[in-house]
Design a protein around this ligand. Structure first.
Ligand SMILES: Nc1nc2c(ncn2[C@@H]2O[C@H](COP(=O)(O)OP(=O)(O)OP(=O)(O)O)[C@@H](O)[C@H]2O)c(=O)[nH]1
Length: 417
C-alpha cells in the first residue's frame, strides 16, 4: 500500500471518529435535565408527552371586598393590643365596675354513669333472685321433670307475679324445648331458661327515652302514677341521668297537692343544677306544667320533666285533670313521653292502675320502682304484656342513682345469677 493511500485511510478514519464524537456530545447534552426555565412562547395548557392537553380550570373572578376605613374596627388598619385594642363591632365598651361577675356555681353532685347500672345494681334484685331464679334453676337442673315438678315451676312463676298468661306461655315453651333437646346439666338449664325468659320480655321493644330536643324545642316528659309510687323520686333521678349525659334539664313541679312535693323536686333539681318551675300550693297543675314548658323553651333547655300529683286511678275527676295537663302542654310543645310509674311491690293492683292510666293518657313507657324491695320481680313481664308498653326504667333503691335503664338480658341474668 502506498504512503498516500495510508494517509488517505488515516484521514477518513479521523474524520469518522471526529464526526462520531461530535454526534455523541450533542445527544448527551440534549438528554441532560435542564434546571433553567425554558424560553418559550405563551402556553394554553399542560402539554403532556402522551398528547393529552390538560388546561387549568378557569380561575374564579374574585371581586375585591371593600373595607372602608371608617368601618374598620382596627386602628389605622392595624390590630392593637391592651388599651389600643380595637373595639369589637356592635359592642358597647363596658367599664370594669359594670361587668357582672358570674354567680358562684352551686355545687353539682357527681353522678354515676348510667351505662351498666343494671349490672352494678344486680344485688338489689336479690329478693327476686332467691324466690324466683334460684328455685327455678333448682327444679329445671334436676333432670327429667315429672308433673309435680312442672306444677312447682308454674307456682314459682305465679308467685313471682308473672301472671297467668305469661306463666302458661313460659311453661309450655320450656316443656317443648326440654322434650326436644333434653337438659342434662344445670348450665344447660340456665341457658334454656335465660333464652325463654328474655324472649318473654320482648327485647325488640323500643326502650329508648325520647328525651332529646327536636324542632328547636325541648323534649317534654310527663311523669304520672298513683300516690307514693315514687314519681318525684323518679323525676329527680331522671334529671340526674340526663345531666350525666350532658343535657340541660328543667323541672316542672305540677304536683300542687302535696305541700312538700315541690320542695322535694326543687332539692333534686339543685343537686344537679336544674331549675324548677313551681306554682302556688293547691294551684292548677296544668298551668304549672304550661309555665314550665314555656320557661324551658325560653331558656333553651334540652328536656322538661314534669312531675304530676299522685292521683287515685279510681277518682274520675283527677284522671280527667291529667288529660287536661297533657292537652295544655301540647298547646306549645309535643309531649314526647308519658312515663307511668308503678310500684313493683303492689303486684296486681299496679296492673289495674296501669290500665286506667293508659285509657286516660297514652302511656309511652313504664318505670317500675321499688324492685329492690320485692320478691315479685316477675311483674315486669306482666305489665309489658298487659299494656303492650315497654318497661323503660327500673327503680332499684332510694339512692339518687338507683334508677337503671331496663335491659331484658341484664335483668334475667340478675334473676338467674
Ligand atoms: N326502695 C325504694 N324506694 C323508692 C324507690 N323509688 C322511690 N322510693 C321511695 O318511695 C317513697 C315515695 O316516693 P315519692 O317520690 O315521694 O313518691 P310520689 O309518687 O312522688 O308520691 P306522691 O307525690 O305522694 O304521689 C320515697 O320514700 C322514696 O324514697 C325505689 O326504687 N326503691
Amino acid at each position: 500500500m502506498s504512503t498516500s493511500s495510508l494517509v488517505l485511510i488515516l484521514v477518513v478514519v479521523a474524520v469518522v471518529l471526529i464526526a462520531a464524537l461530535v454526534t455523541g456530545v450533542v445527544l448527551t447534552r440534549r438528554r441532560r435535565i435542564s434546571l433553567s426555565q425554558k424560553e418559550e412562547g405563551p402556553r394554553t395548557g399542560y402539554e403532556a408527552t402522551s398528547g393529552i392537553s390538560l388546561a387549568p380550570a378557569k380561575p374564579e373572578v374574585v371581586e375585591p371586598v371593600e373595607h372602608p376605613v371608617a368601618d374598620r374596627t382596627e386602628v389605622d388598619g392595624q390590630p392593637g393590643v391592651g388599651d389600643d385594642a380595637s373595639v369589637p363591632r356592635d359592642s358597647v365598651k363596658r367599664g370594669f365596675v359594670e361587668v357582672d361577675l358570674p354567680e358562684q356555681a352551686s355545687e353539682v353532685e357527681e353522678i354515676e354513669p348510667t351505662e351498666g347500672r343494671l349490672e352494678r345494681l344486680r344485688g338489689k334484685l336479690s329478693k327476686s333472685r332467691n324466690a324466683f331464679g334460684t328455685s327455678l334453676l333448682g327444679l329445671l337442673g334436676a333432670g327429667d321433670l315429672d308433673e309435680d315438678s312442672w306444677q312447682d315451676v308454674e307456682d314459682t312463676l305465679l308467685i313471682a307475679d308473672l301472671g297467668a298468661a305469661t306463666t302458661t306461655e313460659i311453661v309450655d315453651t320450656l316443656r317443648t324445648k326440654i322434650a326436644g333437646s333434653g337438659v342434662r346439666t344445670e348450665a344447660e338449664a340456665q341457658a334454656l331458661l335465660r333464652s325463654v325468659l328474655v324472649d318473654a320480655l320482648d327485647p325488640s321493644m323500643d326502650r329508648s327515652l325520647k328525651a332529646l330536643p327536636h324542632s328547636g324545642k325541648p323534649a317534654v316528659l310527663l311523669v304520672v302514677g298513683v300516690n307514693g309510687v315514687g314519681k318525684t323520686t323518679t323525676t329527680g333521678k331522671l334529671a340526674r341521668v340526663l345531666v350525666a349525659d350532658g343535657r340541660t334539664v328543667l323541672l316542672g313541679a305540677a304536683d300542687t297537692f302535696r305541700a312538700a312535693a315541690a320542695d322535694q323536686l326543687e332539692t333534686w333539681g339543685k343537686r344537679v343544677g336544674a331549675e324548677t318551675v313551681r306554682g302556688p300550693e293547691g294551684g292548677d297543675p296544668a298551668s304549672v306544667a304550661f309555665d314550665a314548658v314555656k320557661r324551658g323553651m325560653d331558656s333553651g333547655v334540652d328536656t322538661v320533666l314534669i312531675d304530676t300529683a299522685g292521683r287515685l286511678h279510681t277518682k274520675v275527676g283527677l284522671m280527667d285533670e291529667l288529660g287536661k295537663v297533657k292537652r295544655v302542654v301540647e298547646k306549645q310543645a309535643v309531649v314526647d313521653e308519658v312515663l307511668l310509674v308503678l310500684d313493683a311491690t303492689t303486684g296486681q293492683n299496679g296492673l289495674t292502675q296501669a290500665r286506667v292510666f293508659a285509657e286516660q293518657v297514652d302511656i309511652t313507657g313504664i318505670v317500675l320502682t321499688k324492685l329492690d324491695g320485692t320478691a315479685k320481680g316477675g311483674i315486669v313481664f306482666q305489665v309489658q304484656r298487659e299494656l303492650g308498653v315497654p318497661v323503660k326504667l327500673v327503680g332499684l333503691g332510694e339512692g339518687p342513682d338507683h334508677l337503671a335503664p331496663f335491659e331484658p338480658g341484664a335483668f334475667v341474668d340478675a334473676l338467674l345469677g
